[in-house]
Write a protein that binds this ligand. Structure first.
Ligand SMILES: Cc1cc2nc3c(=O)[nH]c(=O)nc-3n(C[C@H](O)[C@H](O)[C@H](O)COP(=O)(O)OP(=O)(O)OC[C@H]3O[C@@H](n4cnc5c(N)ncnc54)[C@H](O)[C@@H]3O)c2cc1C
Length: 418
């Protein structure tokens, strides 16, 4: 079933145009060929010829995306991207996410896309030439190495990986895990705590993000960690053992590491949640489509009240998640200090709502729901993972309560209509 998108009065002609043209590509070039485009994931690409056919098809879709001017919505125009503003990007994401996995065909592949944005903002001209441009051209891969097995990822101040300044080099020692894309990456952006006896690089103990080529001696990729019952994955455990890189590999200033990581996550949470909304939209359409056609126990699913309940509850979940996300995006866009509270609220609410909708869609589809023939199982796992990644629910709840209480302690009450 194609995504049903129309122009919205509240959006500019430009954003409407981007959304409609994205939907056209999704409906005409991606959804009808999903099985072939993502054959490896579905287990239907067995021979090398199958894999090549699938890759060629993906390349042909990418060319169409580029010709349509819809390539790399996250990047400025000078780096070959669409140069979209924040709201336009958020509104495009819900359409793009409808076809699960299609973002890669539009040049958006995590964690490369997040690293590209960090390099655009904090990279020197030389860093951009060496790392950003190949990343954009697709001749290099990257990872973001922040979380450590022995310290709480939900509290980035607990990071212990050290970068000791010795002459014109940093010597990095530490233990990370869940560094995604670690198997293929040519470089990692590693979050470190600087140990600088001279204080010249900045205050000792300050956080810094340092570019580390993965072929540097001492970078030991221990394993791809098995997740969700699979034996392995590209989320890697990495030990940095006296890894020496030039001091010029630091991104921005020493001390900016925490700020840069928060920035990566802050607006990123809105994009992630718009992605969730797009996927919920797809799950919802699949749920309704199946309930209209499947005969069970002498009648169509659509006529069973259990199923009508699933549809109604999912409708409410989707609309609520979408409106909450758009409201947070609008607050961020106008620089409202209340945005932080709203971002935390949506980061808790949307993945949970997404989980519920994917869960009901799976239930309606029965065994097919958990198969790789449909994107529902993948959605379900992604929704569950999102409740941990980008800040676990509990951390966001604490932040909401603190912000609200602080407001009331100042003698004010909360303005929900703002
Ligand atoms: C699939 C996947 C991909 C990932 N990719 C990357 C990546 O590319 N790079 C990277 O650096 N990291 C990555 N991560 C790691 C992710 O960012 C962390 O898992 C996340 O930040 C949580 O950290 P943690 O796992 O150490 O949990 P912890 O910090 O140990 O927290 C565990 C649990 O404790 C609870 N908790 C935490 N704080 C509080 C509190 N104050 N009060 C009450 N309860 C609390 C929460 O329930 C939380 O889930 C990935 C994770 C997954 C699952």
């Amino acid at each position: 079933m194609p995504i049903n998108v129309s122009a919205l009065d509240s959006l500019s002609d430009h954003v409407n145009d981007v959304r409609l043209r994205t939907a056209e590509l999704i409906n005409n070039e991606i959804l009808p060929y999903e099985g072939d485009l993502f054959a490896s994931r579905r287990g239907t690409a067995v021979t090398d010829a199958d894999k090549k056919r699938s890759k060629d098809l993906r390349e042909s879709v990418k060319s169409k995306v580029k010709s349509a001017g819809l390539w790399a919505p996250h990047l400025p125009a000078e780096y070959g991207g669409m140069g979209l503003d924040f709201m336009a990007h958020a509104y495009m994401n819900e359409i793009l996410a409808y076809a699960v996995g299609a973002a890669s065909l539009f040049g958006v592949v995590a964690p490369n896309s997040g690293n590209q944005k960090i390099l655009v903002k904090y990279g020197t001209e030389e860093q951009k030439r060496r790392w950003l441009l190949p990343l954009i051209e697709g001749t290099m891969e990257s990872g973001f190495s922040m979380t450590e097995p022995d310290n709480a990822g939900s509290d980035p101040r607990s990071i212990k990986t050290s970068a000791r300044l010795e002459g014109d080099e940093f010597v990095i020692n530490g233990h990370k895990w869940f560094t995604s894309n670690g198997i293929d990456a040519d470089f990692f952006i590693v979050m470190c705590r600087v140990d600088d006896p001279s204080g010249e690089a900045g205050r000792s103990g300050s956080m810094a993000q340092i570019i580390v080529p993965t072929n540097t001696p001492g970078v030991n990729i221990v394993r791809g960690i098995g997740i969700w019952g699979h034996a392995t994955s590209d989320h890697c455990e990495v030990i940095y053992d006296n890894v020496r890189v030039p001091a010029e590999n630091v991104l921005g200033r020493v001390g900016q590491g925490h700020e840069a990581a928060q920035e990566r996550l802050g607006a990123g949470r809105v994009f992630h949640c718009m992605n969730c909304v797009g996927q919920m939209w797809r799950a919802f359409d699949l749920m309704v489509e199946r309930s209209l056609s499947r005969e069970v126990h002498g009648g169509k699913l659509k006529d069973k009240q259990f199923i009508q309940g699933f549809i109604a509850d999912s409708y409410i979940d989707l609309q609520t998640a979408r409106l909450l996300t758009i409201r947070a995006a609008e607050l961020i866009d106008r620089g409202d200090p209340q945005a932080r509270t709203e971002i935390s609220a949506l980061k808790i609410y949307v993945p949970e709502a997404f989980s519920r909708v994917a869960d009901r869609a799976i239930q309606i589809w029965g065994a097919a729901g958990v198969s790789n023939d449909l994107p529902l199982a993948q959605m379900y796992l992604a929704a569950r993972t999102l409740r941990i990644a980008d800040g676990p629910d509990e951390v966001h709840k604490i932040l909401i309560a603190k912000n609200v209480l602080h407001h009331y302690e100042k003698g004010l009450s909360w303005d929900f209509a703002r």
